[in-house]
Design a protein around this ligand. Structure first.
Ligand code: UDX
Length: 454
């Protein structure tokens, strides 16, 4: 078959490392680049620096097969690759809303001067619309013009916990290109994905479009998902005052295929490294472009999401019979078990985790918080060093006046309310993810509160 391009992935964080490893698995020759020597040493030694199911094994296999290397040298990376994917982070700016593009700038201006033949630079990071044009100018300034280096944009849609599947078997590939050559290069760079799909009798839709649309696809998808979650959480708020049950409401509307039942789980709302920061950056960018009004609803989406955290605090005060003053409830003298620190189950990621925000609020209100998370304790401790971290669910729940289930880990969903009831100080539970079997818990004598439920 035709020669496959050699691929590099700049930035071996969550995104870049996963892509580098999975594309080696698809048969490509790959270099993963990072400026962080410790990270590169770890990956080169066969260890993934974050928690993602299945990735460790793929890393070791592809290192052993010689298809995958890691490097801290721009020169080595530039000489090796035909297609260079920019996978660095675009964090929220310190000034609040917008995205910080300094890592993108560093990667592009580090790589470009070392390029010695025609190559394609592809942005993957989530960025404000307009960034691809800016990267194209940067590349023009920092590479020798007779090489004709080109730029393209190809957003990713990885979900933590499913990242390997999402790279190997994506539900679509989107590319923003300006030339047939770039289009062809990107097709070759994804041929492994299309070939795998063909052997499994699937098709991966390919959307070829312009820079602006490709950039927007990513933030639009995340804005839609965030809106869907906040929509159902808004319905939860209404259910709370009207005496309805949002879990049944969600099921009932979800049967309409135009609505669909996924991402319609009311609870503590969305967190993680993407949705919260992306909807804020999207609003900031729309504002700059003069379309701020079009995305004003995203501000409401954000507020609905944050209000769910306060709701847990209110429920805690209610269950513990504490008054809520102007500064919030006074929970001093109470012991509260917090189950869950990660922003969703099956990850160790606590970035922008609603659960951890609630734990902090409970502690601030004076409660003695004992937290347990199956994977997230270490990361949580780094963010909130002053809580009590326990090594098991039982240790966290011991003598607690209130148990708060804030992340729907299966360990918590399947916990035995009878056994737990024997070790707590008071049988009170807040099921902030609506993930427990209500009848089982009430039968075991617990005072149960869910979200958006009577
Ligand atoms: C998300 C997008 O799904 C992904 O496409 C994008 O590339 C990055 O952001 P991820 O951050 O891994 O992925 O998490 P996801 O599984 O989407 O969950 C996001 C948050 O929404 C979690 O905090 C989760 O608990 C919450 N959520 C999700 C709900 O509260 N209710 C739901 O019904 C679904």
């Amino acid at each position: 078959g035709a020669q496959r391009p050699r691929l590099t992935f700049l930035g071996t964080g969550y995104l870049g490392a996963t892509y580098a490893i999975c594309f080696a698995e698809l048969g490509y020759e790959v270099i993963g680049f990072d400026v962080d020597e410790a990270k590169i040493a770890k990956l080169a030694a066969g260890s993934v620096p974050f928690h993602e199911p299945g990735l460790d094994e793929l890393l070791r296999r592809n290192l052993a097969a010689g298809r995958l290397r890691f490097s801290t040298s721009y020169q080595e990376t530039a000489e090796f690759g035909d297609v260079h994917f920019i996978c660095v982070g675009t964090p929220q700016r310190a000034d609040g809303m917008g995205a910080d593009l300094s890592y993108v700038e560093t990667a592009v201006t580090g790589l470009a001067p070392h390029l010695t033949r025609k190559a394609l630079i592809v942005g993957k990071s989530t960025v404000p619309v307009g960034t691809a044009e800016w990267v194209e100018q940067l590349v023009g300034k920092h590479s020798s013009t007779d090489l004709g280096i080109e730029v393209a944009w190809s957003p990713e849609f990885l979900q933590e916990g499913f990242a390997v599947e999402d790279v190997l078997r994506p539900n679509r590939i989107v590319v923003g290109v300006k030339s047939e050559w770039a289009n062809g290069m990107l097709y070759s760079a994804h041929k492994g994905v299309f070939d795998l799909a063909a052997t499994e009798d699937r098709e991966v839709p390919l959307v070829v479009t312009d820079f602006a649309t490709a950039e927007l696809v990513k933030v639009a998808a995340n804005a839609f998902l965030a809106t869907k979650i906040s929509f159902i959480n808004a319905m939860a708020e209404v259910c709370e005052v009207a005496g309805g049950d949002v879990t049944q409401l969600s099921r009932a509307i979800g049967y309409d295929p135009r609505i669909g039942n996924r991402f319609l789980q009311a609870g503590l709302g969305f967190g993680g490294a993407c949705l919260p920061k992306d909807i804020r950056a999207f609003q900031a960018r729309a504002q700059e472009l003069g379309a701020g009004e079009a995305l004003r609803f995203l501000h409401e989406v954000d507020l609905i999401n944050l209000r769910r955290r306060t709701r847990v605090l209110t429920l805690a005060a209610e269950l513990l019979d504490r008054r809520v003053g102007p500064a919030g409830p006074d929970l001093s003298g109470t012991r509260i078990a917090v189950l869950g620190a990660t922003f969703k189950p099956n990850t160790d990621d606590v970035r922008d985790a609603p659960s951890l925000a609630v734990a902090a609020m409970l502690a601030k209100a004076g409660a003695d918080v004992h937290l347990y998370d199956p994977e997230g304790n270490e990361n949580a401790r780094r963010t909130l060093p002053d809580l009590n971290y326990e090594t098991s669910m039982n240790a966290a729940v011991q003598d607690a006046d209130l148990v708060c289930v804030l992340t729907e880990w299966s360990d918590f969903r399947n916990a035995d309310p009878v056994a737990l009831g024997e070790i707590v100080g008071g049988r009170r539970v807040i099921d902030a993810r609506n993930c427990l079997d209500t009848s089982l818990w009430t039968a075991a004598g617990w005072d149960y509160r869910g979200m958006g439920r009577p």
